[in-house]
Design a protein around this ligand. Structure first.
Ligand SMILES: Cc1cc2nc3c(=O)[nH]c(=O)nc-3n(C[C@H](O)[C@H](O)[C@H](O)COP(=O)(O)OP(=O)(O)OC[C@H]3O[C@@H](n4cnc5c(N)ncnc54)[C@H](O)[C@@H]3O)c2cc1C
Length: 381
């Protein structure tokens, strides 16, 4: 049996940021990560503003030497048809980054481990129970494989699965049915060095493409689950690669001759959703477990790092006897969600070429502007 102050469930960016913050402050902390070793995950572009978070976590120098690609900007075809460039040259935080995602997560977890976090890899939290009146004050008992963990606090960093919230009966409604159908192909060495993120709208949704370290390029088509062809035809390479003809900016990035035609696509959920509560008695959710944004926002990783840090600070305050920290965190989460919904509406509504198509029509309903200014929140612009 392992006993700790804080048990973090999930060792992605949010969990690692929380664990690092807690351990650096002198708290005993353990992380359970279901994967035995870091693997590639979708979500490759890190916003420039993340630099300040990596600096605060003390991992900026190691990040710079981990082989991630600086990304100078964004090129999009959205709205009136012509390509628009957004260059980060004037961004005070510098460039964005195309990540080696497995390396990024390995680096963050290794930093938490060096600071003193106990990291359990290949260890999936299965049952989560409250322990009534435990003499040592540990409120939680978590079973993972043959191990039992007891902790005073739980941090839910399990991503979209929200395992803690769900086991506690908290529901997680979604705003939409967005999915991403994607494929990763080899990028021709020396001929494909364009590290900008490319984005393009089309009648049935939108595409993005990004070059990744190691000479790979991702092509991802975002649409609604119910708009996909029947009988899982999206699995057919021919169907997937035919869709890219609708997006000439993206199609131009395909390697030639096109090896992609035989590369089969995969599907993942990309909806905007959050549990109805982001914290409760002795637990708090961070990253995608607290709220997952439409990937159009490009803020998922920034939010994972930011919320991991902020929630951990709230837990530290709580362990020191104050309840303010988590109330502030909950208010910030709410403001962030409202800001996100508002921006999502503005962005989708600015594409009017296919406003009669179901994908675009569904995204036209106006959303109230966020009430609170977010002066202390350095969100990506
Ligand atoms: C199509 C798509 C494209 C995206 N592109 C971008 C992008 O370009 N830029 C960006 O900033 N964001 C992007 N995102 C979002 C980004 O990937 C997420 O916001 C980010 O991964 C959230 O980090 P996290 O640590 O909260 O969750 P995750 O990265 O999902 O990590 C959760 C971890 O918890 C572990 N876990 C789950 N359940 C358990 C359990 N029971 N026990 C133990 N461990 C468990 C998992 O193995 C996983 O490692 C994209 C998302 C999608 C869907």
């Amino acid at each position: 049996m392992e006993t700790t102050d804080v048990l973090v469930i999930g060792g992605g960016p949010a969990g690692a940021a929380a664990a690092l913050t807690l351990t650096q402050a002198g708290r005993r902390c353990a992380v359970l990560e279901g994967r035995p070793a870091p693997e590639w995950k979708i979500g490759e572009t890190l916003a420039p503003e993340s630099r300040q978070l990596l600096l605060a976590l003390g991992v900026w120098e190691s990040f710079l030497h981990a082989g991630h690609l600086p990304s100078p900007g964004l090129c999009s075809v959205w709205g009136d048809g012509g390509p628009v460039e957004k260059n980060f040259i004037f961004n005070p935080h510098g460039s964005a980054w195309q990540l080696d995602r497995a390396q990024f997560e390995a680096g963050l977890l290794a930093a938490a481990e060096s600071a003193g976090t106990r990291v359990w890899r290949g260890c999936t939290a299965q049952t989560i129970q409250r322990t009534a009146g435990a003499a040592d004050g540990r409120r939680w008992e978590v079973a993972a494989g043959d191990e039992i963990f007891r902790a005073t606090w739980l941090v839910d960093a399990s991503g979209r699965g929200s395992v803690v919230a769900r086991q506690l009966g908290v529901t997680r409604p979604a705003v939409d049915r967005l999915v991403a159908v994607y494929a990763v192909v080899a990028a021709p060495t020396g001929r494909d060095e364009d590290a900008r993120t490319h984005l393009e709208a089309c009648a049935g949704g939108w595409w993005y493409s990004a070059l990744m370290p190691g000479g790979r390029r991702i092509f991802s088509f975002q649409t609604d689950a119910d708009l996909l062809p029947d009988q899982q035809r999206w699995r057919e390479a021919a169907w997937f690669w035919a869709q890219v003809d609708e997006a000439p900016l993206i199609r131009a990035l395909l390697p030639s001759p096109n090896p992609a035609c035989t590369t089969v696509a995969r599907l993942t959920s990309a909806n905007s959703s959050r549990p109805t509560a982001c914290h409760g008695d002795g637990w708090v959710a961070v990253g995608d477990a607290a709220q997952s944004f439409d990937p159009l926002s490009g803020e998922g990783l920034f939010h994972a790092l930011f919320s991991g840090q902020r929630a951990a600070q709230g837990v530290l305050q709580n362990l020191a006897g104050s309840t303010h920290g988590l109330a502030e965190y909950a208010a910030l989460s709410e403001a962030l969600w409202r800001r996100f919904l508002h921006q999502r509406h503005i962005f989708y509504a600015s594409e009017t070429r296919w406003c009669g198509e179901p994908f675009w029509q569904r995204r036209l309903a106006p959303v109230a502007a966020p009430a609170q200014p977010m002066a202390d929140f350095p969100m990506p612009a």
